[in-house]
Design a protein around this ligand. Structure first.
Ligand SMILES: *Cc1c(COP(=O)(O)O)cnc(C)c1O
Length: 356
């Protein structure tokens, strides 16, 4: 097994991290220059006058249970976006290294790379093949400069899962050469399973999970990076020392209590039924040319006239994602599954549209 950290920036591997004030809840704090009094509106459990716990232990324990991994294989941060940012900064040298992405896909991978000054290599998914991976092209593009290869499954905005066989092939191709960052933001809505169990066999695998989608906490900003303890240790050196706000830590901890998780499960099932209903009702409409199969909480829909569809939905007081500028999606919109009432309103607005 190659040392996976040999792929990282040497100066990050060597970095001496910021020493934050030590964390010992059994002692009263007069070591961090905090005020001893709470604000009047402060209803938090721990007190917002105090710095939050770095990598909060209770939350990490809950995430460890949720994802079935030891806590040292989990980094908790401000959404998956922070995980993407940290991975890019830890593994990509400006002006030298590159990342590989498979568009149409989530935009943050490329944005984080460009901020860092890393090159972005695009390997389009095969739309004629249900937006599947092009393994041959991927193998050809995997030069030594590639440090991060991003896969998104289920993919945003196309909604499909990547084939497990294809993920296996990418993992084999990248062994010892590049990290494979598998973004599972929507896996809770999917019929497929998370690939977390593969972390034990593949040190190059990194998985991104988030509480923003299925757990309904987009506003709290909580995401997790799942990887080998070596990679997590490296990312913990560069995450800002008090990244997680106290209010967020408490909101996430509450959302991961067993009773809250049971509600989350039933909401996921409800949402999946609504997705199937919306897809079935959109497909026969005159203005719709294709409803792509979805394993996520949205549908990619192609229209005779996407601009007219966008306007009709807007007229009904709803906004959907215009993805027409993405490669291969010139006539498509991405529609998030809303409440049953919202989904009905989308359908009614589109049913009134004539075929162009
Ligand atoms: C929404 C989304 C995320 C979640 O990002 P957060 O920063 O955790 O809110 C991650 N990846 C993809 C592909 C997404 O669509």
């Amino acid at each position: 097994m190659t040392d996976i950290l040999s792929l990282a920036r040497p100066e990050i591997v060597a970095l001496q991290p910021y020493q934050h004030a030590s964390w010992d809840p059994s002692l009263e704090r007069i070591h961090a220059n905090e005020l001893p009094w709470r604000g009047l509106a402060d209803t938090s459990a721990a007190g917002l006058n105090r710095y939050p716990e770095p990598q909060p232990a209770t939350l990490l324990t809950q995430l460890a249970r949720l994802y079935g991994l030891p806590a040292e294989q989990i980094l908790v941060g401000r959404g998956s976006d922070e995980g993407i940012d940290l991975l890019t900064r830890a593994f990509c040298r400006a002006g030298q290294d590159s990342i590989l992405v498979c568009p149409p896909t989530f935009g943050m991978y490329a944005v984080a790379a460009r901020i860092q000054g890393a090159e972005v290599i695009n390997l389009p998914l095969r739309s004629a093949n249900g937006f599947s991976l092009d393994i041959a092209a991927l193998a050809a593009a995997l030069t030594p400069s590639v440090k991060l290869l991003y896969l998104c499954s289920p993919n945003n905005p196309t909604g499909n899962r990547l084939a497990d066989d294809d993920i296996d092939r990418v993992l084999d191709l990248c062994a010892g050469r590049s990290l494979v960052v598998l973004d599972e933001a929507y896996v809770e809505f999917s019929t497929g399973n998370s690939r977390t169990a593969d972390l034990a066999r593949h040190p190059q695998l990194v998985i991104l999970r988030t509480l923003s989608k299925a757990h309904g906490l987009a506003g709290a900003r909580v995401g997790a990076v799942l990887a080998s303890a070596a990679i997590i240790g490296l990312l913990r050196k560069i995450i800002p020392p008090y990244a997680m706000a106290q209010l967020t830590i408490e909101a996430a901890a509450a959302a991961l209590e067993p009773a809250a998780l049971a509600v989350t499960q039933s909401r996921i099932a409800h949402l999946v039924r609504e997705r199937q209903l919306l897809a079935a009702n959109l497909a026969p409409l005159a203005c719709v040319t294709k409803v792509w199969p979805s394993d996520a909480n949205f549908l990619l829909v192609e229209f005779v006239d996407a601009a007219a569809a966008l306007a009709a939905i807007r007229q009904a007081g709803l906004i959907v994602r215009d993805v027409r500028s993405m490669p291969g999606l010139q006539r498509a919109l991405r529609i998030t599954i809303g409440s049953p009432e919202q989904n009905a309103r989308v359908l009614a607005s589109l049913a009134a549209l004539k075929k162009a």
